[in-house]
Every structure is written in structure tokens, then in C-alpha cells.
Write a protein of this length. Structure first.
Length: 234
């Protein structure tokens, strides 16, 4: 079976919506929810673009893939656009999620309130560390007991979970990925600093915290250099 080394190996358009557009939809959705909280009924493309940091032209093109064109001279109905984006992202249904690796990062992820509010139901926490197994973690206000990884197949069969989160050390990540895929997971959120090999049809989103911090360090260095240049020029 062919292996996919990275998300870029997947097709660029799915369900008629380009992957680049899909990556921006959660940002639009979050901004629109904030508008809803302020009882804003209508928003222009320019206002929404400014709130999300994209150009209004790009935003209009993205939303056109959802069949939403707004009303000329008026804008977009905020509540309806929230629904359209939620439906496109699959947020109008619940998704069962398992988390493997319940160290500090795994516990923080399990306790993140944004999962439940967006329809992601954490149905299992797994580890192989004897000191973690049997520990109780609060997930969406309810206690969930950390189980040994060997019980993953049983939980997967009962829950039908298709999304797995890997928060293990790098050395264990590929083995955990293989186990998740073997028992029905088709989408993986990977926090381990490793490029996973997965079969075609399995999507992987990689979150490398160290890399993100390095990028921020680069920008901080540039800002310091620019400030020094301006100071010397003055």
C-alpha cells in the first residue's frame, strides 16, 4: 500500500473545496462566532477579512466554494454563514476522539474546553506509563480514567472513533500511529516531532511546537535588527 509522507501528498481539492480554503474556514468560523456573541447580524466581506487577516477578495472566493455569495451592498448573514461553515467542516455532528499520551501535553489537550463545544467528544485516554494508568483526568467536566494502550482496540470498537491525537514522545509516535490506523482511525493530529508514514486515505495534521517557537524567534530577531538599524540611522 502506498505511503503518504506528508499532508501535501493528498489531493488539493476535496468535496469541491480546495485544501487551502479548508485551512482558513476555522478562522472564519471563530470570527463569526465572536460576532454572534456580540449580536451582530450582518457582516461585510471587508469587515470579516479584517477580523481574520486575509484579503476580502480571498475571503469572498473561499466563501463562494460554500455557495455563499452574500448580498451586494449588505454583506453576509452571520448566523447563516456560521451554519454553512460548520456544515462544511463537519461540525454539525459529533466526532469521537481518542488521545494517546497523557503526559502534561496530553492532559492539557484532554482538558481543552474547545473540543466539546465544537462537537469533539474525547472517548478515551491511553498511555503505557504505569504511573499514568488509572489516573483520572477531567474532560468536558467529566472524569475520564487513563487506560493502558492495549485497551485501545476495545474502546475503538465500542466508540467508532475515527480521529486520534498523538501526544507521545517521538520514539513511540509511529508505532502508535500504526495502531490507531489499524483500528479505524483515519485522521490524526500529531504533536510528536516526527513525520508519520500513513496509508493513503489517512489524513495527518502535524503540530510541532518547537518549530513554531523557532519561527517566532526568527521574527523576534528580525524586529530587534530592524529596531537597531533604525536607531543607528537616527
Amino acid at each position: 500500500m502506498p505511503l503518504s509522507q506528508s499532508p501535501k501528498a493528498h489531493i488539493s481539492v476535496r468535496g469541491g473545496i480546495p485544501d487551502a480554503t479548508v485551512s482558513r474556514l476555522p478562522t472564519y468560523h471563530r470570527a463569526l462566532l465572536a460576532l454572534c456573541a456580540r449580536s451582530v447580524k450582518v457582516v461585510s466581506s471587508e469587515e470579516l477579512a479584517e477580523a481574520t487577516g486575509v484579503s476580502s477578495a480571498k475571503l469572498r472566493k473561499d466563501l463562494s466554494h460554500l455557495g455563499s455569495y452574500g448580498t451586494r451592498g449588505v454583506g453576509y448573514d452571520v448566523e447563516f454563514l456560521v451554519y454553512q461553515i460548520a456544515r462544511a467542516l463537519g461540525l454539525t455532528q459529533e466526532w469521537s476522539v481518542v488521545i494517546v499520551g497523557v503526559g502534561n501535553l496530553g492532559q492539557a489537550l484532554a482538558g481543552y474546553p474547545g473540543f466539546a463545544s465544537r462537537g469533539f467528544n474525547v472517548v478515551g485516554l491511553f498511555d503505557v506509563d504505569p504511573s499514568r494508568i488509572g489516573e483520572t483526568v477531567t474532560v468536558a467536566g467529566s472524569p475520564v480514567v487513563v487506560q493502558h494502550l492495549e485497551l485501545l482496540p476495545e474502546v475503538m470498537m465500542a466508540s467508532g472513533a475515527s480521529i486520534g491525537v498523538i501526544a507521545t514522545p517521538e520514539a513511540a509516535a509511529q508505532e502508535v500511529s500504526d495502531l490507531l490506523v489499524a483500528h479505524g482511525v483515519t485522521s490524526i493530529l500529531n504533536f510528536a516531532p516526527l513525520l508519520l508514514e500513513v496509508p493513503d486515505g489517512v489524513d495527518v495534521r502535524r503540530v510541532d511546537l518547537a518549530t513554531e517557537l523557532q519561527i517566532l524567534a526568527f521574527h523576534e530577531q528580525r524586529k530587534a535588527q530592524d529596531a537597531l538599524s533604525r536607531s543607528n540611522a537616527g
